[in-house]
Ligand binder design. Sequence first.
Ligand code: HEM
Length: 483
Amino acid sequence: MAESAATSTATTLPVRDIPGDYGIPFASAIRDRLDFYYFQGQDKFFQTRVDKYHSTVVRLNVPPGPFMANDPRVIAVLDANSFPILFDVSKVEKKDVFTGTYMPSTSLTGGYRVCSYLDPSEPNHAKVKQLLFNILASRKDAVIPAFRTNFTALFETMESQVTAAGKSDFNKLNDNTSFDFLGEAYFGVRPSSTALGSTGPTKSTKWLFLQLCPLMTLGLPKILEELLLHTFPLPPLIAKCDYKALYKYFSSVAGSALDSAEKLGLKRDEACHNLLFATVFNSYGGMKVLLPGILGWLAKADKSLHVRLAKEIRSAVLFEGGKVTLNAVEKMDLTRSVVYEALRMDPPVKYQYGKAKQDLVIESHDAAFKVKKGEMLFGYQPFATRDPKVFDDADRFIGDRFLGDEGKKLIKYVVWSNGPETESPTVSNKQCPGKDFVVLVGRLLVVEFFLRYDTFTADVGTVLLGSQVTVTSLTKAAASSSD
Ligand code: HEM
């Protein structure tokens, strides 16, 4: 990877001590956790510290803190210039930092540390990541048809719900549909057509919850949430049966992928636990946040954006003889820009971590900072992708932001995949192997939506780690221009 400004050792900027302090051990970490979740909320939590110290690189405690995490102390990088230090695996170690300063029990993943928790220096990292690249490449042609069948059914249900009740909960429909779509796209078998029936999404959500609840609030009384979610890990036993049922699905449908895993030198069961994690945690967890996020931004956008998208999408599809092909989707520049903009405004995975492998100098826009080997670096991604020094009107959703020559120059600052959008995941970096798949699926949602509808309205709120979208009206396209 090209050396970024954040990772160069020689600097022309004034060197500053990293401001901020961790306060009194234990007590301040709990106080900071309460600020983060309840008294300030995450954006204000970081902004008040940036303002107080006049610096976008600051020392602070991150949640969950005691007793869930051994050490909540981090150096936060909160601008577009310093954030890329987290992508440089020659400088930061990515071992066991996927969820941050705590790590869920490996009994939730068959006793294995799965790919997301491995540093590229660990031999199994390359093997598992290669396996995922192979599966995604071999199933490339299955993605569009699987998306179309599953999401056409979703839209039909959504329409009947809007007609009958005046509203439709997109998140709920998306949970079921995305789960089936992923199974069909990756392995050719819809989970709902197996012994799992319609229970896959609920079982998965329970398993995901056990791993992510230290980072969530549910709106329950604070004291209850603090004790149940943020202080001690919930017992993995709670999801044991659910995990077993999910595992059974994967071992039954992923036979040929598991054969190829063995050829790559992986144990069959380790590969299967990894496939489950990549599909259910990485992919399904991602879709649960990504797709409502995109639809939410579209709902809040000006109607003229809907008109422009419908025009672009329908003419590209018409040009391909009425078929939604990869070729057609690649030609839809506005659609791609809208998806990038949604990923910029609300990166679905907001926190990234990495431990300094050596003494480092990191640079914000206006100062350089010395970091000691072993210190934990933490990035709150929305502050990098909404950096006003890079993006004009940075807090505003602008659908066509990435169009034209000037727009293209900004694409490298879209980093939702744990790397610049202009770079690619490899077996030796930690960039998301689903990068191209995700941007394709995001675009397919917009494509299918505007082939079917001219415009729509929705209520957009927040839920757990993302947006809650309740569709309230749909204006159907006069005549469908797709097959
Ligand atoms: C890694 C985001 C979908 C598989 C990552 C990381 C991020 C991310 C931020 C880096 C985490 C870190 O190390 O700090 C997302 C988002 C997704 C998504 C937002 C969807 C909206 C997928 C899909 C796959 C996938 C579809 C399927 C293959 C993985 C794996 C890693 C990873 C295996 C670990 C990579 C490595 O160890 O080198 N993803 N991802 N993700 N993602 Fe994704």
